[in-house]
Design a protein around this ligand. Sequence first.
Ligand code: MTE
Length: 389
Amino acid sequence: APEAKNLPPNVPEWSQSLGDGVVSRPYGRPSKFEADVIRRDVEWLTASRQSSVSFTPLHQLEGIITPNGLGFERHHGGIAEIDPAEHRLMIHGLVEKPLMLTLEDIKRFPRVNRIAFLECAANSGMEWKGAQLNGCQFTHGMIHCVMYTGVPLKRLLEEAGLKTNAKWLLPEGADAAAMTRSVPIEKALDDAIVAYAMNGEALYPEHGYPLRLVLPGWQGNMWVKWLRRIKVGDEPWHTREETSKYTALMPDGQARRFTWAMDAKSVITNPSPQAPIHGKGFTVLSGLAWSGRGAIKGVDVSLDGGRNWRAARLDGPVLDKALTRFYYEFDWNGEPLLLQSRARDETGYVQPTKAALRQHRGLNSIYHNNGIQTWHVLPSGEIENVEVA
Ligand code: MTE
């Protein structure tokens, strides 16, 4: 409870003396009262911290941009701390002129700015067999959305000169895991970026400082961090990351591979299990929607587990392959609710129910779970992760 001494009509403590001066905080931090707005992990998912994942606190963020200190992290070999002066990007293989570029070289190419979401293919993966984790941070928090600055990959490949049989790229990271994935040349020549900045400042070490590959709309695993090498070839390499991992075991026992684009998806971030409703009355329902195939066209919200749907209000920029914010305001009368959101993108694709997804994909999958999420609001305002039949 607040102390009366700081409430009207008293003069609060903080008004009675001068505050800290300029540059007392050379790099700004959030208020000390926001100390619980942090990335979190799930103990039982973490075999080792160097090969693990933390989650974005989606329920504590507004708008569509993730602050640089709060985006989820997924590392296979820990965070590489790279001295940019000693870092090089090598481009070789099926090119006329192999390149060995410094950061300074890369910054002399024309640059682009692009807001894009990055979603891990495993986001919501723990929910395949049923409702499990209590909070949108954990069910949907393997996603972030920032503005990247960098050079179009196409520009660098033109500099190297692609040979006519160049069909695939193998980007590689400089971390201890030396992450590699096969990327088809079409994506590289379309909208891929070699980025060095996020939200206006240099990439953070967690996200690949000093260079990372940005592949808008595609699964996060391919966005190689600490990028040090791009090999150009004529066929995919079938690395560990695309054979033992990041494939989908289908009901017929076959493994589906190369599922690159992230299908349309959405989640209600407030209210949600970590952000309960405090009493009856006017309530702002808020959430995020995204599609790896284009812009979000609309989001519908249900308060009764998918029986009735109403259009949510999109607010803020609605960008291609970026997070999109939606709202639905309503008067809560204290009755139990089953909250759901359903996104639709510009291709006409509609986010499926979990039942529909399982019918097609079976129960063996981990990756690419974009099924509709349900939050059960109890009369107390507390909220649980559930599924409706
Ligand atoms: N790049 C390297 N070099 N090493 C890694 O472990 N993890 C990948 C990808 N790029 C990884 C990497 C995975 S699985 C994901 S989901 C994204 O980075 C996560 O990006 P983030 O940590 O910026 O959220």
